[in-house]
Structures are given as C-alpha cells and as structure tokens.
Design a protein around this ligand. Structure first.
Ligand code: KG4
Ligand code: ZN
Length: 341
C-alpha cells in the first residue's frame, strides 16, 4: 500500500510517499521560516497562503523522485490537527480533493501521533510499548505508548511548551526565529558557571512541566544586564537556559520510566533535535540501563513523512479507518489521548 502524506499544520509544507513494503519512497519539505523570521514568529494568514503555493510543486517532486504517477497512490493521509486552522485547511483540501479525484480513501492524522511514531521510521526502531517525550513548539507531553493508537497521557506542560520557551527566550535575547537551533548553537560556547536559572517543577513529584517561569528568568537576566549584551553574555545565558531545561526534561523522563517500569524511551518533536538533550539522555540511558530512540534528525521537525507513515500504520491496523467521505473538518485543538485507537 502506498500512502501519500500531507503536512501543513504550521510553517512547513511537507509531502511524502510511504510504501508499506519498501518504506519511505520520498519526502519533500518547504520551510517558511525565512518568510516569518522578519515578524519574529509565525503569521497564520501568511502561512496558509504559502502552503497553497508550495503544496502542488512538492507533490510533483515526491512523485517524480519515486517515479510514480498519482494513480499509484492507494490512500491519502493529511494532518487534521492540532495546528493553525487556515494552514490545516490547505492540506485537508488538497488531500480530500486529490482523493476524490482519484477515488481513493482519505484519512485525517493527528500531528502529534505523526511525531510520536516518527522514530519507528529510523534505522533502529523501538518496539512497543515505550515512553514518549513529545517536545515541539506547541506541546510538551510524556505519553505511554502501548501500540499504534494506544496513548496514555502521563504528564504535560501547564503553560509554555519547551520549544515555545526556546523561541520566546531567543526573541528576548535578540536571536532569530525559530529560537531552538539558535540558542542551542550559542549555548555550545557559553560558560555554565556564570548564570543559574530555575529548574521549574523538578521536584513536583508528578510528570507535569512548566516553562514560562524559565522564560521570565531569562527576561529578568536580560533586563538587569548593564549595557548591551555581548555575544559571550548571550552564549552564557543560552547555556544556563539549555542546562535548566534539559535537566528538567531528562529528570521527568527518568521518573516516567521508573513509575511505569518501562525500559524504552522515545523522543519526538522539534526540540528532540537538540544536541545537549540527546547527549544527556544518552548518558542517562547508559547509566540507568534503558534504551533511547530518536527520529532521524531531518524528521524531528515537521514533515510529511511522519504523516504518511502514521496514516499507513493506522490503515494497516484498521482498514475501516479509510474514508470515502470527502467532506472534511480540521481540528486546531485536538488532545492526542482523545483520538480513537
Ligand atoms: O515539532 P516542530 O517542528 O513543530 C511543532 O509541531 O511545534 O517543533 C518546532 C520547535 C520550535 O520551537 C523550535 O525552536 C524547536 O522545535 N527546535 C529546537 C531545535 N530545533 C528545533 N529546539 C531546541 N534545539 C534544537 N536543535
Ligand atoms: Zn510538529
């Protein structure tokens, strides 16, 4: 079965073809980062309009890379939510329109399920069950994953997501958008002994997170700093920020593994690309004897491959999930544990 995946929930247009026999055939991505950069964040209406421009050329690209014609596609999966309503509607319209024209089934996929299952696309995939840490721009959640569609929420952020904290702190320091890669890079040259930032909810005895206080602590540092921040000052703050955030994320992962008795940890979402987080988790895994799995780096942030793949797994598990009803809705707010298994 060949599944076309369409991702358009935020500022990346992603198209991909996944074959249940041969694996990922092709995936193509257009990132709108450069367009939104001048505004310091994603402008929803601009995002929607750009998805309209990019989707068809990307579709043509994945078809030509896999040397397939459109009629070879057996089903179409698209991100139905959560995300920006207008942006989601572009992908949903494309997917339903194509499916209708081809008389093929269509399937709405949960964006976070895409992230969550993306490590299964890597060369060393984890087996079920596992604990998943979802760390993206909009979400920070710990889930117990027993199978495709069987997700139990163990804890989540009470305010800002980890990626959001990266993005907002970067903005406060005058770094570009998105903040994650910029802060991570700067942190490499920062001195860890200069600043200490709070570790929110480190000892909260539950699996919830809170990152808005960390961002406020960065704001206080920036405001109270005499004169302009030098590049080295920024690097020192970035280092303190990453140290604090990573320590909390790692501690909560260890706690989730301990309380559930699981031995496998999966990291998914954009912040999963963070080198320091990976280094600390790898060290903890060696120390505490558990396994940690990541998506391929290029599949950490939003992409169409994870949507094609999640769609294919869902259809394999439950062929009745394929719909020939081409009337669609999108779900800008959609909790992952509310999806049908
Ligand atoms: O999963 P994703 O691409 O989109 C959402 O579903 O939100 O995640 C985007 C987030 C942004 O907040 C970005 O700053 C962060 O992931 N990010 C990183 C890194 N690369 C992307 N954060 C820390 N370190 C990175 N290397
Ligand atoms: Zn995402």
């Amino acid at each position: 079965m060949i599944v076309l995946g369409v991702e358009s929930s935020c500022d990346e247009t992603g198209l991909a073809l996944y074959d249940t026999k041969q694996g990922l055939l092709a995936h193509a991505l257009y990132s709108q980062i450069a367009m939104h950069e001048q505004y310091g964040g994603v402008v929803p209406e601009l995002a929607s309009r750009d998805h309209v421009k990019r989707a068809i050329p990307l579709l043509e690209q994945v078809l030509s890379e896999s040397q397939l014609v459109l009629s070879a596609v057996d089903a179409i999966a698209y991100t139905q939510g959560p995300g920006l309503a207008g942006a989601l509607l572009v992908g949903a319209s494309l997917a339903n329109g194509l499916a209708m024209a081809l008389n093929k089934p269509v399937l709405g996929v949960h964006h976070l399920e895409g992230h969550l299952l993306s490590p299964l696309l890597s060369a060393k995939p984890p087996e079920f069950p596992f604990i998943a840490l979802l760390v993206s721009g909009g979400h920070t959640q710990l889930m117990r994953v027993d199978d495709v569609g069987q997700y139990t929420l163990l804890g989540e952020t009470l305010d800002d997501a980890a990626g959001e904290a990266f993005d907002k702190s970067a903005k406060l320091m005058g770094l570009g958008y998105p903040g994650g890669p910029a802060i991570s890079k700067l942190a490499e040259t920062g001195d860890p002994a200069i600043y200490q930032l709070p570790r929110p909810m480190l000892h909260s005895k539950n699996l919830d997170f809170s990152f808005s206080g960390l961002k406020t602590a960065v704001l206080t540092l920036v405001k109270n700093h005499p004169g302009e921040l030098s590049l080295q000052d920024k690097a020192n703050i970035a280092r303190a920020f990453v140290d604090a955030l990573v320590e909390v994320l790692v501690a909560k992962c260890l706690s989730a593994l301990k309380t559930t008795g699981m031995k496998r940890l999966v990291i998914a979402g954009g912040v999963g690309a963070n080198a320091q987080l990976r280094a600390e988790l790898n060290a903890a895994a060696a120390r505490k004897r558990f396994e940690v799995f990541y998506p391929e780096l290029e599949l950490c942030t939003d992409n169409g491959a994870m949507i094609a793949f999640a769609g294919a797994l869902r259809l394999q598990k439950n062929p009745a999930a394929a719909s020939f009803n081409y009337g669609f809705n999108v779900k800008p707010r959609w909790p992952l544990d509310a999806i049908e298994s």
